[in-house]
Design a protein around this ligand. Structure first.
Ligand SMILES: O=C(O)CCC(=O)C(=O)O
Length: 292
C-alpha cells in the first residue's frame, strides 16, 4: 500500500460498478429526494455488496493501525482525546490515497448516482474521512455543520455520504441529525472532539429545542446516509464492546472553486482563489447525464 492512489482518477478494481449492470436500482425515489430537501438528510436506497465490504474492512485494519499513523499520504490523521475523559476517536482524511477499496468506494454507484440526484449536477470528490470509535471508549463527535469547516471552497454546493462499515446503532454511537437544520444559519467551528453541545451558545432558543430531539440513524453494514452541508449532526459515545467504523465521502458540484490562498488539504498544491477544484485530488465521480 505504498503508491499514491490519487494518481488514478478512475476505479481500479472489479467492485467499481454494479455487478449485474442494473444502475437504475441505485436511483433514489422522488419521495427520497423530497425527504432530503425537507429534512436535510436521506438514507440511500442500495447498500454496498458484502464482497466490497469485506475488501474495505480488510483495508481498515491496516489504515487505523499505529504503523500507518505517520503515512505521508494522510492529509490528516488524529487520535482525538475526547472531553469525556478516557474516550478516543480516530479521525483521518486521505484513505482513498492508501487503500484500493477506499479509493474505489468513491465511484460506487450506490454513492454517486444518489449524489448526482441530490446535487442535481456533475459531481467531484472533495475529500474523504474515516471516523473510527474503538470498543467501550469510543468518543462522540460534537454537533456541527460540515460547511463550517469548508468555507475555503465556494459556492456551497456540497454533499456528504456517511457509509456504515459495521452496523451503526444507538448503543455504538450512530450519527444523529437535527431535521430541518439545513435551513439554519452557518454556525461557527467548535471542534469535533469537544463537548457534545459546544454549539449551543450559537443557537436560538428554538434551534436549541430542536437539538434536544435529534434523529438517530441506525444503519446496517454497507448502508449509507446522505446529508446537506448545513445539516447539524453529531454522534455519541460507543458504549459497546465492538468498534464503530464509518467512512465518509465528501463531494461537491463540478465548478466549486477555491476561496483560499493556502492548500485546501494538507500536502496538496494551492488552488488559486477563484479556480475550480479539479485535477489529481478532486476527480470527477459522475456526470448527471451519464447513462444508467
Ligand atoms: O462518524 C461520526 O460519528 C461523525 C461523522 C461526521 O461528523 C461527518 O460525517 O461529518
Amino acid at each position: 500500500m505504498k503508491i499514491d492512489l490519487s494518481t488514478i482518477s478512475q476505479p481500479i478494481g472489479k467492485y467499481s460498478t454494479a455487478a449485474d449492470g442494473n444502475l437504475q436500482r441505485f436511483r433514489l425515489t422522488k419521495d427520497q429526494v423530497n425527504s432530503y430537501r425537507k429534512h436535510g438528510f436521506v438514507v440511500g436506497k442500495e447498500s454496498l455488496s458484502e464482497e466490497f465490504m469485506e475488501l474495505l474492512c480488510a483495508d481498515l485494519d491496516f489504515l487505523i493501525s499505529p504503523e500507518n499513523a505517520n503515512n505521508s499520504l494522510w492529509h490528516e490523521c488524529h487520535l482525538n482525546e475526547c472531553d469525556s475523559g478516557s474516550d478516543v476517536l480516530f479521525h483521518a482524511l486521505g484513505a482513498w490515497r492508501i487503500s484500493e477499496g477506499f479509493h474505489d468506494l468513491l465511484w460506487q454507484p450506490a454513492v454517486t448516482i444518489p449524489a448526482t440526484q441530490l446535487l442535481d449536477a456533475d459531481i467531484r470528490f472533495w475529500h474523504d474521512q474515516l471516523f473510527y470509535k474503538p470498543p467501550k471508549h469510543g468518543g462522540g463527535v460534537a454537533w456541527h455543520q460540515d460547511y463550517s469547516y469548508w468555507t475555503r471552497t465556494s459556492p456551497m454546493s456540497h454533499l456528504t455520504c456517511w457509509v456504515a462499515l459495521e452496523d451503526a446503532t444507538i448503543a455504538n454511537g450512530c450519527l444523529h441529525y437535527v431535521a430541518g437544520s439545513h435551513r439554519w444559519q452557518l454556525l461557527p467551528i467548535i471542534g469535533l472532539a469537544g463537548e457534545m453541545k459546544a454549539i449551543k451558545d450559537a443557537l436560538t432558543e428554538e434551534q436549541h429545542d430542536a437539538l434536544r430531539k435529534p434523529h438517530p440513524i441506525e444503519l446496517r453494514r454497507g448502508q449509507m446516509v446522505f446529508h446537506h452541508p448545513l445539516t447539524v449532526h453529531g454522534s455519541f459515545q460507543n458504549t459497546t464492546d465492538k468498534s464503530r467504523p464509518g467512512a465518509v465521502i465528501n463531494m461537491l458540484t463540478d465548478g466549486v472553486s477555491s476561496n483560499c490562498s493556502e492548500p485546501l488539504l494538507t500536502g496538496i498544491p494551492v488552488i488559486p482563489v477563484g479556480e475550480p477544484l479539479v485535477g489529481q485530488f478532486f476527480p470527477l465521480l459522475r456526470r448527471r447525464g451519464d447513462s444508467l
